[in-house]
Each structure stands twice: as C-alpha cells, then as structure tokens.
Ligand binder design. Sequence first.
Ligand code: HEC
Ligand code: HEC
Ligand code: HEC
Ligand code: HEC
Ligand code: HEC
Ligand code: HEC
Length: 433
Amino acid sequence: MVSKRSTGLLHLLLAFGLLLSANGVRAQVDQAQYDTGEKVFKANCASCHKPDQAMTGPMLKGAKASWDGKGDIHAWVKNSQAYIKSGNAHAKEIFESHNKIIMPPQAVSDADIDAILYYADNFAPKGAAKAVAAAPTEAQPTSSSWQWLIIVGLLLLLVLLSLGGVRTQLVNAVREKDGLAPEVNLTTWGRIRRWAYNNKGWASVVVLLMVVWVSVLTWNFLFRIGVYGGDTVAHYKPSQPIAFDHTLHAGKDNLNINCQYCHSSASNSKSAGIPSANVCMNCHKVVAQGPKTGKEEIAKIYAATGWDPEKMAYTGVEKPIIWNKVHNLPDHVFFSHAQHVAVGKIECQKCHGPVDTKMDVVEQWSPLTMSWCLQCHNETEVKVAGSDNGYYKEIHRRLAQTPMGQRELRKYLEDEKITVRELGGWECAKCHY
Ligand code: HEC
Ligand code: HEC
Ligand code: HEC
Ligand code: HEC
Ligand code: HEC
Ligand code: HEC
C-alpha cells in the first residue's frame, strides 16, 4: 500500500518537475534566428537603436507589426530617405515624428532585416533576474535555473520526509495490533536529521546546492554594487538643487542650446565641466519665469549669483549651487572627454543617452563598467588612412614608415578596419593610472 502511494506521488512529482523545466526553456523561440538577428543588429543598428527602448532611433520591438499593411519595412531599412521620396505616407510620418533625424541607408539583406526584427520582437535582456526564459546561454546555467533546481530538490526532500511520516504511522498501526509500544513520531526537523544521518551522500548534495545558491545570489549582489545604468539595473538619477531641465534647454524642439555651450570643456579637456551660475545668467537676467515651475526655480539662480531681479543689480551675496554628481568613475580610471569628443568624434548621446529628448532630470545612462569601455573600443572603427584628422594621419604616417609598421598596418587592415582596440585601446595603462 505504501509503495503504491509513493509511486503515485513520484509520478506527480516527475510531472511537476517536467513542467518546471519546460518553463525554463524558451520552447517557442527560434534561437538560431535570434542569434543571427542579434549579431547583425549589433553590427549595424545598435549605434542608434535598442530593441526595447528608444535611443537615437525608436525601439525596434513591435516595429514590424506596426508596418503591416502600411508599407515595406525592408525598403525603409535599406534606404529610408529614398523610400520617403517614393511617397510612402507611413515612412514620411515616422521621419517627421522623429524630429527629421535621418536614418542612413543600411547595407543589409532582407533576410538580415527579418532576423533583426525577429530578435527585437523576442528580445529579452541577458542576465536579468527573470530572463532564464529569455536568452539562455548554453554553457552557464543562469542563477534562476539554479534556483529552480534547488527548489525542486527541496520539494522532493519534503515529500520524502512526509512519506517518512506516513511510514511511521503505518508501522505504528501494525505495532499497536501486535501489542507493541508505538515508535516515537519525530518532528519534521527530527525527521530531516534522521534522513540526513541515514543518507549522508544525498544530504551533502543538498547542502552543497544550498551553498552554491547562496553564493550565486551573493555574487550577483556584489556585482551590482556601484554599477548603475546599462540595461539591467535602474539608472542612477539623483535629485538636483534646482529643477534644471535638459529637454527644455537642449531639446531640438525647445531652446536647442548646444551641449558645449554649457559643458564647454568637453572638447578640450578631460572633464566636460558643469556650467557656473553665471552661464545661466546670460539668459536668466531676462528670463525670470519658466513654463512649469514659474519663478520658484529660477529664483534659486538669483540667490546663487546674488542677483536682485527688482533692482536689476548684483547684491554681492552669493550662495553657490551644489549640483549632485551623476557620473562617477573610480579614481583609478583615466577618462578624457577631449579624446572621445574631439578626436574620436563621438556624440554625447552615444554615452549619455537621450539627454536632450528624455531627461528632465539627468540620469546615468551607460553602465560605466570596464567591459562597457572595452566593448566600444573593440567595435568602434578608427578611420586612419585618408582621415582629415591630424592625429590619425600622424599614426598612419608613422606606421607606414617602417617595414614592421607596414606589417602592423596590414594586420590591422585584414578585416578592412582598424578599431580603437587595435590602436591600443585595450592596454591597461591607457585607462588606469
Ligand atoms: C545612425 C542611426 C541609425 C542607424 C545606424 C539605424 N537606424 Fe533605424 N532609425 C533611426 C532613426 C533616427 C529612426 C527614426 C526615423 C527617422 O527619423 O528617420 C529610425 C527608424 C527605424 C525604423 C522605423 C521604426 C518604426 O517605429 O517603425 C526601423 C524599422 C529601423 N529604424 C530599423 C533599423 C535597422 C534594422 C537598422 C540596422 C540595420 C537601423 N535601423 C539602423 C536611426 C538609425
Ligand atoms: C543650459 C546649460 C546646459 C546645456 C545646454 C546642457 N547641459 Fe548638461 N548639465 C547642465 C547642468 C547645470 C548640469 C548639472 C545639473 C544636472 O545634473 O541636471 C548638467 C548635467 C549634465 C550631465 C550629468 C553630469 C554629472 O553630474 O555627471 C550630463 C551627462 C549632461 N549634463 C549632458 C549634457 C548633454 C549631452 C547636453 C546636450 C544634449 C547638455 N548636457 C546640455 C547644464 C547644461
Ligand atoms: C541660452 C539661454 C538660457 C541659458 C544659458 C539657461 N536658460 Fe534656463 N531657461 C531659458 C528660457 C528661455 C527658459 C524659459 C522657457 C519657456 O518659458 O518656455 C528657461 C527656463 C528655465 C527654468 C524653468 C523651467 C520650467 O520648466 O519652469 C529653469 C529652472 C532654468 N531655466 C534653469 C537654468 C539653469 C540652472 C541654467 C544654467 C545652468 C539655465 N537655465 C541656463 C533660457 C536659458
Ligand atoms: C565615450 C563616452 C562619452 C562621451 C562621448 C561623452 N561623455 Fe560625458 N562622461 C562620460 C564618462 C565615462 C563620464 C564620467 C567621468 C568621470 O566620472 O570621471 C562622463 C561625465 C560627464 C559629465 C560630468 C562632469 C564631468 O565632466 O565629469 C558631464 C557634464 C558630461 N559627461 C557631459 C558630456 C557632454 C556634454 C558630452 C558631449 C559633448 C559628453 N559628455 C560626451 C562618457 C562620455
Ligand atoms: C562609444 C564608444 C566608446 C566608449 C563607450 C568608450 N570609448 Fe574610449 N575611445 C573611443 C574611441 C572611438 C577612441 C579613439 C579616439 C582616438 O583615436 O584616440 C577612444 C580612445 C580612448 C583612449 C585613448 C586610447 C589610445 O589608444 O590612446 C582612452 C584612454 C579611452 N578611450 C578610455 C575610455 C574609458 C576609460 C572608457 C570607459 C569609461 C571609454 N574609453 C569608453 C570610444 C569609446
Ligand atoms: C578602456 C579603458 C580600460 C582598459 C583598457 C582597462 N580598464 Fe580596467 N577598468 C576600467 C574602468 C572604467 C573600470 C571601473 C569599473 C567600475 O567601476 O565598475 C575598471 C576597473 C578595473 C579594476 C577594478 C575592478 C573592477 O571591476 O572595478 C581592475 C582590477 C582593472 N580595471 C584592471 C584592468 C587590467 C588588468 C587591464 C588590462 C588588461 C584593464 N583594467 C584595462 C577601464 C579600463
């Protein structure tokens, strides 16, 4: 009787386990198509698009469906401007609703485009806590698949233990019939101990799994300390002493002030710099009122600079504004804005995100981790030959002078491009003091 009951339970358990494991595998998604899409996307589109968020371009998730019956999304991707000129209304509408930023023609095939859109539609960030179902990497189980293993293991154990309880009851029924004293009915904890004592092998496996679980959780936690921005973690967004709004001041549809009007050292020094209140006063001597906050916030600029708006004169009593720092690299890292903005010609938004369109309060958009720096250095091409950039020309000239340099140059050019990495952008000393 006992054995019948336990096999029944075992079947139930197996079914339950299967259900859980089926849940852990993304059965419906064509992984090969997803991977192809991801690769082509990263090579061609990732500089402007994210699958699940707007960046320079809109998010691509759902884009395919939104074109259904309205136009040819392939034609758009291959040459959006030509497609607009051909008279497609949907294309024109998209262009106009994105401040007429031009999406350059993309040298990709129809199959590539299908793969990219498939990837975007099924996109789920790697490493996010709930994303086992999303993009499992074959080699390493994610922390949550570990968690499932352990939960299933513990459930099994509990069921076995309650079977132990049933066993005691049955044994006692028999003993009572035979006129014997009943066996002591152990508490659950007592049974766990008895089970562990009798099954030392399994007990160590369970303990080991629990240790691994706790370690994985701790590791994940430690890994996130000090990391803000990026895809997986909430962006760091401290409040500021004055409600200064970048979308109002720098947005194309609003005041459209150039970033470097305020962050004026970005192109010639290490730091971009935060403007002094005097820069604000270039305009706010006259503009005393804003559309959202009225006079309240602008009054703080007057307090900081000691401006009396009634008398239209400075009183001499100043109270500096203490802005809260949003970005903060550790001291052992060297980062130069000039190198990236003036030499590398990288747009602010590439690293800081849509400051001018989305950030009424500035947030840290990129993760600022070492792998973030390295990844861009690995991907970004440096146009050395024929560049109008003196710095690159000089590197090219020097390389071409010696046979060794020429070999280097040929090696770099094997894949027809020279990346920042190939010019030393992965050398520890370039970024670390
Ligand atoms: C240099 C930036 C840039 C690159 C690179 C880029 N795009 Fe775009 N894309 C845009 C912008 C900006 C828009 C918004 C429309 C406009 O203003 O022209 C857009 C719009 C789109 C749209 C229409 C979105 C919608 O909601 O219907 C699709 C689809 C698209 N891009 C796909 C791609 C694909 C696929 C790639 C890579 C092969 C790519 N884009 C590469 C900037 C870019
Ligand atoms: C009118 C002046 C002004 C303009 C124009 C402006 N900013 Fe700012 N920016 C500020 C001020 C003031 C702060 C500090 C307060 C804050 O964080 O909001 C700041 C902060 C920032 C920060 C965060 C700095 C930190 O603490 O780490 C970034 C990044 C930034 N700006 C980028 C940009 C970009 C990109 C543009 C152009 C699209 C731009 N800013 C245009 C005034 C300006
Ligand atoms: C190039 C001119 C210019 C500069 C420089 C400038 N502002 Fe403004 N700012 C404006 C204008 C114009 C408005 C009002 C816009 C409107 O009414 O639509 C405004 C509005 C504001 C508002 C009110 C926003 C609201 O929604 O109510 C605040 C606060 C503000 N600015 C803070 C600053 C600070 C702080 C600085 C310096 C870091 C600064 N501004 C630099 C032109 C400027
Ligand atoms: C290659 C990526 C990259 C580009 C491009 C870039 N920044 Fe930064 N920015 C950073 C990093 C990284 C930090 C943090 C620096 C630190 O903490 O030392 C930062 C910090 C800042 C700060 C905080 C104050 C400071 O100078 O440290 C401001 C303001 C800022 N950036 C504005 C800009 C503006 C404006 C542009 C475009 C003209 C720009 N950035 C372009 C990566 C970039
Ligand atoms: C969006 C792409 C991008 C990101 C992100 C980025 N860089 Fe760069 N970086 C470049 C480019 C492009 C150059 C090449 C400019 C040049 O030719 O010197 C460069 C050059 C450099 C150099 C000079 C390398 C040399 O060979 O002289 C240093 C140092 C550097 N980056 C540090 C960093 C650090 C530190 C970070 C992260 C905090 C970072 N970069 C993030 C694109 C990037
Ligand atoms: C392109 C710039 C860049 C290069 C090249 C680079 N690092 Fe880093 N490194 C960083 C940044 C940025 C951080 C800060 C990361 C953070 O705060 O999360 C960092 C952090 C570190 C840390 C501290 C641990 C950590 O994760 O915070 C160590 C150790 C380190 N780097 C070693 C190296 C070594 C060794 C090399 C050469 C093989 C190297 N780095 C090359 C940018 C770089």
